[in-house]
Each structure stands twice: as structure tokens, then as C-alpha cells.
Design a protein around this ligand. Structure first.
Ligand code: ADP
Ligand code: ADP
Length: 229
């Protein structure tokens, strides 16, 4: 479950200027596609179309063979988890945030959603156990901790398709590596689209696609792309 397919997708925010100019690709179920490319290439726009913030003006997007415009918003949003670059958390407890409005997810639920990884990997800076902190308000979180909370709550939905839109790029490189490491582990058996600004953060991806000016410029494994220069 979780095959994602773009068929000749065209999109522009305004009719005068096309941003995606006929994008086609398939991500097999359970694999990771990294999308890299220059700023302004249309990477975030592509992610927004999967989540149906906007619909294509030409072509189709299919999940498991079904056009996403033909499914209800509710079932699409349970099939897809998205972690944006700049996370906005509820002004409430960590538990409320991770539970995504359900009051306080349990540690067991979160660990299960994270594929057995310890919650400490997500909220590394919390002292002595997540359970004790879960109901506490007014915790001061760093950018990295906030991103961990955002990632954890998205994983808790256990979506077949996970979209990470530069989810770690605003962080320092050590924190970024630590979170990417966790993400690589939890994205096994999950269809993952990861948008990145650096090729080095997506070494673990099954396939890498270079998007340039709204078109697929290259596609291959990390090794293949390095050989091509
Ligand atoms: P990337 O993620 O590759 O940096 P984006 O998808 O963010 O690229 O942007 C692609 C182009 O679309 C850019 O020229 C950007 O200015 C434009 N764009 C992005 N979001 C909007 C928007 N909400 N309204 C109008 N234009 C937009
Ligand atoms: P749910 O799927 O639980 O109903 P939402 O659909 O509101 O939640 O949001 C799911 C995810 O999408 C959240 O991580 C949220 O931060 C993110 N998100 C919501 N709106 C936007 C947006 N305009 N741009 C980028 N990410 C967004």
C-alpha cells in the first residue's frame, strides 16, 4: 500500500506562469524518493499538490491507482502525513501536540507509530522520560525539539505516505543528521517523499529526483547521480 504516481502534472498559481510543467514519476510502495533541486524549482508546490492544498490543472496524481481528487479529504489526510519546514505547534503541552489534539498520546502509541524507535530519539532533550513531561505546559522547546514533536505527531497517524518538506533543513547539521537518521529507520516500509536542499542528507533514499524549473531533470540512485556529476 502507498504507491504514489504523478502523470504529466501541470500546475501554476496564476495562469500566466506554469510552475510544474508536466511532471511524471512513480514511487513504488514502501520506498523513499528524495526530491532535490534549486530553490524555486517547484518542490514545495509538488508536495502541496499531494496534500491537495491545490489541485493540478493538467494530469493526475494517483495513490494506489486512485486519483486523489476522487477520494474524500478525510481519507486523503489519513493516508498522507506531511511535516513542513516551519512547524507551528499548538500552544499547549507536548502530549497534546503529539496527540494532535487528542489529549496526550501514550508513549506506547508513539513508539509503535515510530516503528519501535524510542521516543527519546524524537525528543532527545527532555530529561528523564517522556511520560513525566507529557502534561506539562509552557515547556521551552528549541527548533530541533519542535521538529521532533512535529515528526512524532505525524508518525503517530502512521500514514502510508509520508511527506517531509525540508523538515530538518532549518536545523544545525548535527541535529539534522540525528533526525534524518531516525527518519531513515522509521521510513522503512513506508512510502516517503523527502524534499531536501542537500544531496548529503538523502543518501538513504532509494531514488533521487532532481526537479529543475518545474521539470524532472534527473532521476536515479545517489550513486548514479554522483557518477553523472
Ligand atoms: P521550491 O520548493 O523548489 O523552492 P516552490 O514550490 O516553493 O519551490 O516555488 C516554486 C515557484 O512558485 C516559485 O517561483 C515561487 O515563488 C512560486 N510560489 C510558491 N508558492 C506560491 C504561492 N503560494 N503563490 C504564488 N507563487 C508561489
Ligand atoms: P490532520 O491531517 O491531522 O487533520 P492537518 O491536515 O491540519 O492535520 O495538517 C496536517 C499537517 O499538515 C500538519 O503537520 C500541518 O502542520 C501541516 N500543514 C497544514 N497546513 C499547512 C500549510 N498551509 N503548509 C504546510 N503544511 C501545512
Amino acid at each position: 500500500r502507498g504507491e504514489l504516481r504523478f502523470e504529466d502534472v501541470h500546475f501554476g498559481y496564476d495562469p500566466e506562469r506554469e510552475i510544474l510543467k508536466g511532471v511524471s514519476f512513480t514511487v513504488p510502495p514502501g520506498t523513499t524518493l528524495a526530491i532535490v533541486g534549486p530553490s524555486g524549482a517547484g518542490k514545495s508546490t509538488l508536495a502541496r499538490l499531494i496534500y491537495r492544498f491545490y489541485d493540478p490543472q493538467g494530469g493526475r496524481i494517483l495513490i494506489d491507482g486512485q486519483d486523489i481528487t476522487a477520494v474524500t479529504q478525510a481519507s486523503l489526510r489519513s493516508a498522507i502525513g506531511i511535516v513542513p519546514q516551519d512547524t507551528v505547534l499548538f500552544n499547549d503541552t507536548i502530549g497534546y501536540n503529539i496527540g494532535y489534539g487528542r489529549d496526550g498520546a501514550s508513549q506506547a502509541e508513539i513508539e509503535a507509530a515510530a516503528g519501535g524507535a524510542s521516543i527519546d530519539r524524537f525528543i532527545a532533550a527532555l530529561p528523564d522520560g517522556y511520560e513525566a513531561m507529557v502534561g506539562e505546559r509552557g515547556l521551552k522547546l528549541s527548533g530541533g525539539e519542535k521538529q521532533r514533536v512535529a515528526i512524532a505527531r505525524t508518525l503517530l497517524k502512521n500514514p502510508p505516505v509520508l511527506i517531509l518538506d525540508e523538515a530538518t533543513s532549518a536545523l544545525d547539521s548535527r541535529t539534522e543528521e540525528a533526525i534524518q537518521d531516525t527518519l531513515n529507520r522509521v521510513s522503512a516500509n513506508r512510502t516517503t517523499i523527502t524534499i531536501a536542499h542537500r544531496l548529503s542528507t538523502v543518501v538513504g533514499a532509494d531514488q533521487i529526483m532532481v526537479l529543475d524549473a518545474g521539470q524532472v531533470a534527473e532521476r536515479g540512485t545517489h550513486g548514479e547521480l554522483l557518477r553523472k556529476g
